[in-house]
Design a protein around this ligand. Structure first.
Ligand code: NAD
Ligand code: TYD
Length: 365
């Protein structure tokens, strides 16, 4: 039997993106639309993190459609799959913020674990009924995080695809569980699953609860810039468009049953990141009060805070020819400019219930 390993075949069927109104999902939908001929369908529950304005430029576009729903709603997903007949699914849908998972883990269990389980089962039913050829080219790409591997010491080698799982937060534990389910659905049922584990993303449309957009927003609003603990925790940063390109490469040529580690080769301490944001803002939007660095405040640390993440990207570089195109400096400048140019987007997003979150997360620190 000929094994079709490329998604290039059968370009008439759309790809389905879950969580496509969130930060990475929306960037992916826009990036796919700009680079690929195949139609794309977005499914999103529109939680606090989902924002249809992110996809406003595709509103009247016949190559994109949007469906409001939950990955855990079996009837809804079943009928959507039979209606649109996707040739691939990219699963971004998740609760994604570590601090929220610490203050309220239940939604993380519901969506990241139970939701992924139900999605896998519904997709398996759909995939089982496909004609042979469509079955071979079908892909279920599960988007995950490097946080499932736990925390590195300063001397440890970066994570790679063989690193043992050792999640420390409710968020990373729920993502680890979803990875295990996705992997098992391949091993047991043959569902053509691929998993990607990526480092911290940044760029346009990121909800201002995460480090980089939060610091930009607070700096411009004249508010304190809350650095957790000593600020020497290290993350690897990847510009979101580079992540989107990696996912397209994995969809095109990645192998079912494989995992691909994705990262930006940009390890930075949180304090370095905040200093760089302040320096870029000092150039792009100087304040009459002097440097934005003066707003930096050290606050109580995050419980169980992972010290360091870093990713070895040798596999995806060698197997798929992907590498990040943005440096941290170029990506961060683009990001700061985007937030400066799109202040209405941020104001819209931070209105309402997000204010309650700021009170809950920062008032006790
Ligand atoms: P996000 O929180 O910005 O977006 C998540 C989206 O999923 C939102 O649009 C939300 O409405 C939707 N959603 C939530 N629950 C849903 C459900 N039950 N059914 C359907 N839609 C639902 O998250 P993000 O930062 O864009 O992350 C996307 C994915 O990438 C997540 O799986 C996350 O774990 C993973 N990831 C994120 C990063 C990062 O730095 N942001 C890094 C690596 C991996
Ligand atoms: P975050 O953007 O929440 O991503 P993650 O926890 O998934 O890595 O946080 C990135 C780092 O920044 C993390 O070490 C926690 C830290 N941080 C702060 O110091 N202050 C803040 O206000 C936030 C939101 C994060």
């Amino acid at each position: 039997m000929a094994v079709v390993t490329s998604l290039r075949a059968d370009e008439n069927h759309p790809i389905l993106v879950t969580g496509g109104a969130g930060f990475i999902g929306a960037n992916f939908v826009l990036d796919w639309h700009a680079n690929e001929p195949t139609p794309i369908v977005t499914l999103d529950k529109l939680t606090y993190a989902g924002n249809l304005h992110n996809l406003a430029s595709l509103q009247a576009n016949e190559r994109h459609s949007f469906f409001h729903g939950d990955i855990g709603d079996v009837e809804f997903v079943r009928s959507l799959l039979s209606k649109i007949k996707p040739r691939a699914i990219v699963n971004f849908a998740a609760e994604s913020h570590v601090d929220r998972s610490i203050l309220g883990p239940e939604d993380f269990i519901t969506t990241n674990i139970v939701g992924t389980f139900r999605l896998l089962e519904t997709v398996r039913e759909y995939w089982t009924g496909l004609p042979h050829r469509d079955k071979d080219v079908f892909r279920f790409l599960h988007v995950s995080t490097d946080e499932v591997y736990g925390s590195l010491s300063a001397e440890s080698a970066p994570f790679n695809e063989a690193s043992p799982y050792s999640p420390n937060s409710p968020y990373s534990a729920s993502k680890a569980a979803s990875d295990h389910l996705a992997r098992a659905w391949h091993h047991t049922y043959g569902l053509p699953v691929i998993i990607t584990n990526c480092s911290n993303n940044y760029g346009p449309y990121q909800f201002p609860e995460k480090l980089i957009p939060l610091m930009i927003h607070h700096a411009l609003a004249g508010k304190p810039l809350p650095v957790y603990g000593d600020g020497l925790q290290i993350r690897d940063w990847l510009y979101v468009t580079d992540h989107c390109a990696a996912i397209r490469a994995v969809l095109r040529d990645g192998l079912p049953g494989h995992t691909y580690a994705i990262g930006g080769d940009s390890e930075k301490s949180n304090l370095d990141v905040v200093h760089t944001i302040c320096d870029v803002l000092d150039q792009e939007r100087p304040s009459a009060n002097g440097s934005y660095r003066q707003q930096i405040t050290f606050v109580a640390d995050r419980p169980g805070h992972d010290r360091r993440y870093a990713v070895n990207t040798a596999k995806i570089r060698q197997a798929l020819g992907w590498h990040p195109r943005e440096s941290f400096e170029s990506g961060l400048r683009k990001t700061v400019r985007w937030y400066l140019d799109n202040s209405a987007w941020t104001e819209d997003v931070v209105a309402g219930s997000y204010r309650d979150w700021l009170g809950r997360n920062y008032s006790a620190r």
